[in-house]
Design a protein around this ligand. Structure first.
Ligand code: 6PG
Length: 226
């Protein structure tokens, strides 16, 4: 099932969904980049009870957690550190380097969610090249078929630091995937990912949960080429 919703403030819509999932004690995957920051800030204002929830990450830059480029750092500042009843947080240890961090996170995911891990709500943004998490077009990581987490030695985009990322097999096992995309600079990517027909070269077009749903929240500018 896929539903595309065009709204003035897609961040607010996503914030509500994060809050509802958190209150249900879900395993929630947060993502990085600049777009989700607004959604996280709105969710922080709601200050719901996140204490039964577990927060994971879709991808991370190989920098320390207090570095300005850290995805965890952004989510921590915008949301996690502001909650009165915070969740359990499973951050990707990017500072270990891409390979060691991927191995450690894979072990953590499997320890808590078993050998066929299923996240309840997995949030993704999208880059102007239609990348998701740190799965960049034309790079080998997008073809991974068995590991849940891989290292990305060469990022396809700024900041040009190695990354750690969830892979398509685990993303496509999620119960719900929410996409949050805004701005005219993403319109072409949104068209490639969700238009008819989708562009198979666009990583976002390959996000198709086998037994789950996709909800796409976009503003009018990002929906211009749908
Ligand atoms: C990252 C992200 C990445 C992001 C998109 C969109 O680490 O950069 O997880 O996949 O979601 O690049 O980022 P913006 O919202 O900054 O455009």
């Amino acid at each position: 099932m896929r539903q595309i919703t065009v709204v003035e403030d897609p961040g607010a819509a996503v914030a509500e969904r994060l809050t509802a999932a958190a209150e249900q004690g879900a395993h929630i995957v947060l993502t990085g980049g600049s777009t989700p920051r607004n959604a996280y800030a709105i969710a922080a204002e709601e200050d719901a009870d996140w204490s039964d929830a577990t927060v994971w990450f879709s991808d991370e830059r190989c920098v320390p957690p207090d570095h300005p480029d850290s995805n965890f750092g952004m989510a921590h500042r915008a949301l996690l550190s502001r909650l009165t009843k915070p969740p359990r947080v499973m951050r990707m240890p990017g500072e270990l380097g891409h390979e060691a961090a991927a191995g450690a996170y894979e072990a953590l995911v499997r320890e808590h969610l078993g050998n066929d891990p299923r996240f309840d709500l997995l949030l993704l943004g999208m880059g102007p090249d239609a990348h998701v998490a740190s799965l960049f077009p034309g790079k080998p990581e997008i073809e991974e078929t068995s590991r849940a987490v891989v290292g990305v030695p060469l990022a396809g985009m700024e900041p040009q630091v190695p990354r750690v990322t969830l892979t398509l097999p685990v993303i496509n096992r999620a119960r719900v995937v929410d996409f949050l995309v805004s701005g005219g600079d993403k319109a072409q990517a949104v068209g490639r990912a969700f238009g008819d027909p989708p562009d198979p070269e666009a990583p976002a077009a390959r996000v198709r949960p086998q037994d789950g749903s996709i909800f796409v929240f976009v503003d009018e500018a990002a929906a211009a080429e749908l």
